[in-house]
Design a protein around this ligand. Sequence first.
Ligand code: PGA
Length: 250
Amino acid sequence: MARKKIIAGNWKMNMTPSEAVALVETLKPLVQNDDVDVVFGVPAIDIVPVVEACKGTNIAVAAENMYFEESGAYTGEISPKMLVDAGVKYVILGHSERRDYFKETDADVNKKVLKAIEHGITPIMCCGESLEQREQGITMDFIRQQVKIGLQNVTADQAKKMVIAYEPIWAIGTGKTATSEQAEEVCRGIRQCIAEIYDDATAAEIRIQYGGSVNAGNAAELFAMEDIDGGLVGGASLKPDFGKIVCYNK
Ligand code: PGA
């Protein structure tokens, strides 16, 4: 079974609610591609207006984070129920910026993954090595650990529906993209890791994105690789260029 490509924007901490709606209006006609699941990952405050603006389109909305408790005294956090009620279908979890600046651990990411699944939200679980780790030759060891801990107590049937985003930290926001061979090598390694944790059928179904300076010029080559099922796109998702990335095969 061929895996459908999934291309998600990660707006990060950009776009006020009114700017967000204007961006959706600009991008809507540009991201028409039936071969691709299109997702906009937006700041929490933009979720409600962006879901509204995306009604009747092919665009699904993702949150950029979520807390792992149901409700209660967690000032400033957003619960899975709030996301579901607002119409969110995906949640980006364990992005390297959250791990780095907000000290999220693999165990935190695992709790969030389990909670999202429990509420029917599809996790886009991020992993990726630093430049230092790549130079030390421990890229795959590090990523295998992130993936294994992130997926603890996730069943094969649940894992099949998930998305994993491989994002080398040195390629994020730097304009320095991994070569398609480098990206493919790690994405294939992640798929092998999934096969070891579960089985070949699960590994064949789970979708693995590449992220890190994806742009209109490199998307087609990256997405043509066997184990790369789309992308998680930061900077270029805020521009009309995102339409070219989504329509990479047209
Ligand atoms: P970038 O960000 O495309 O701006 O490198 C990717 C990401 O962090 O998801």
